[in-house]
Design a protein around this ligand. Structure first.
Ligand SMILES: C[S@@+](CC[C@H](N)C(=O)[O-])C[C@H]1O[C@@H](n2cnc3c(N)ncnc32)[C@H](O)[C@@H]1O
Length: 314
């Protein structure tokens, strides 16, 4: 670590699920408990959903990595940052894919890998406790590859420019920034059958987010926001619709996406009810009817992928 970075105590190998036992633990616990805009709970069930979502995204997008690292660049990355690393599943994949890289996962909760990591992987996976809505406690130009996935339900619209600026700051000139975010589930273009329960569940999520300043339509505008930073050249951006439910046929991916999406709606139930956006009966009725709806009506969930390279001269 460099002298201007956060104390080493913020970093701990994540192979162990033991809590950080340094003097910073109390501070970390208090900071982790402070109210944050993020709408989903942090618990074991949600961790299982996040891991399933990781596998789903890999299968839908064809890879865990979008930007052309390893073939466009002569040298493989040595320092990789995963912002909002969650359970750490992507970190493990990055450590396997880039065998000489250190992978730093930044989050308000330590990673919780389901299986013990091989020692050689664990040694290179580090955890940084930090709030991504504050200046990142990491020095300028520290990383070759900065990855951030599915923070759309955690970052208020007004905070995106500052966060993207921080991602650019910690990326070295020539290094890459990759963003993978999700959008709102909706009937597919051209679908004429209504999906009232899916629409209602989506609308409750959207309203919950809006109460916290989060705009679920924003991920579609991320390439433009990233391009506003003069230090970054946006190299690619696309919106990839994932089938949500088995109504498109082919079962597999759509059924898994529907299961994951519905599981997130279950996990959001408490927050929606506490916010007074729905009463328990109407929310539960929508949840109960949504699986049949997703099996019959063609719905999609858009994933937004964009990556850019930090300019060499900025
Ligand atoms: C939907 S999960 C995505 C996890 C991981 N990127 C993935 O794709 O599996 C969002 C993660 O962001 C973290 N998070 C939310 N708000 C945060 C904040 N203000 N600072 C740091 N991490 C935050 C949560 O703890 C959670 O682990």
């Amino acid at each position: 670590m460099e002298p201007n970075e956060q104390p080493d105590t913020a970093f701990a190998p994540h192979a162990s699920s033991a809590p950080v036992t340094t003097a910073s633990a109390a501070t970390a616990a208090a900071a982790a408990a402070a109210p944050r805009p993020y709408i989903l709970p942090v618990d074991e069930e949600e961790d299982r959903r996040l891991d399933a979502q990781h596998d789903l995204l890999r299968d839908a997008l064809g890879s865990d990595f979008a930007c052309p690292l390893g073939w466009a660049d002569a040298a493989p990355p040595r320092n990789v940052l995963d912002v909002g690393c969650g359970t750490g599943r992507w970190m493990r994949r990055a450590a396997e894919r880039f065998p000489t890289a250190d992978i730093v996962g930044l989050d308000l909760r330590p990673p919780t890998p389901r299986e013990a990591l091989p020692p050689e992987i664990a040694r290179r996976c580090l955890f940084a406790f930090a709030d991504l809505l504050a200046p990142l406690p990491l020095r300028d130009a520290r990383f070759d590859y900065v990855h951030q996935r599915f923070l759309f339900a955690a970052v208020p619209a007004a905070r995106w420019p500052g966060l993207l600026g921080e991602l650019a700051r910690v990326t070295r000139p020539g290094g890459w920034i990759e963003l993978v975010e999700g959008g709102i589930a909706a009937p597919a273009p051209g679908e004429t059958a209504p999906a009232p329960c899916v629409t209602a569940l989506s609308a409750w999520t959207e309203r919950l987010c809006l109460r916290r300043g989060i705009d679920l339509a924003l991920p579609a505008r991320l390439p433009g926001l990233l391009a506003r930073d003069p230090r970054v050249r946006v190299a690619a951006a696309c919106a990839i619709p994932i089938p949500l439910g088995a109504a498109f046929g082919g079962g597999g991916l759509g059924a898994r996406a529907a299961e994951n999406w519905l599981s997130a709606r279950h996990h959001l139930r408490g927050a929606v009810l506490r916010a007074g956006l729905a009463d328990a009966d109407e929310y539960d009725a929508a949840l109960a009817a949504a699986p049949a709806e997703l099996a019959a009506v063609r719905c999609v969930w858009r994933i937004y992928v964009c990556y850019g390279q930090r300019r060499g001269d900025a």
